[in-house]
Design a protein around this ligand. Sequence first.
Ligand code: SAM
Length: 220
Amino acid sequence: MKEVQDHWFKLAKEEGYRSRAAYKLIGIEERKRVLRRGMRVLDAGAAPGSWSQVAADRVGHQGVVFAVDITPIDPGLPENVHRVHADLREITLDDIGGERFDAVLSDMAPKTTGDPMGDHFQSVRLCDDLLDQMPQWLHRGGNMVIKVFEGRDYPDLLKRAARMFDDARGYKPRASRAESVEMFIICFRFNGKDGRIPHQSDAILPKRKPSAGWGADTQA
Ligand SMILES: C[S@@+](CC[C@H](N)C(=O)[O-])C[C@H]1O[C@@H](n2cnc3c(N)ncnc32)[C@H](O)[C@@H]1O
């Protein structure tokens, strides 16, 4: 296990990526080709920035990447990457350029606690919150990659994604450790819906409201 970690870690150092996570997106791109030249990309949970490095290269100078994270992202990313310090759940499209995206990438993860079930629920919650916002973020026909910690609610999440996209499947890239519970859902061609199945409780319980306080854009 250590050897594999060291391999991707060393490679990232050699090739100038900010973390070994770069090779997860590279692996996804090699097999699935979610990104194309000229795309406008939202990279959710982008710190320290290796997915943004990979995405910036894939979309080229005609494309753009908005890298959003609760943790500040250090400067020095490619010119077509805009860094945004924010909780993604608490900003709107106007805070990040006002134009919908062609692709949304999410490597967002909760702070892990050592409780696998609790971490799984937190991860699914993050994904569900992102899917709720998808009609705001993504053009119809757009693509999405979203990371989740697998567990009890994973099949429901995958089914929800399948209601929102023409094609949605789980994929584990080579650079993701075999013993890790992380899984990536790769989706093509957004249909514009949020994929939720309405529950009776929706009519009774208040909707979660975003709180103010974020939005300080730091631009590369
Ligand atoms: C595994 S790291 C991402 C690594 C990154 N893809 C890379 O290649 O460098 C997960 C990130 O998700 C971020 N995150 C978690 N919840 C978030 C949220 N609600 N909004 C924005 N970022 C979030 C964390 O701060 C953390 O930096």
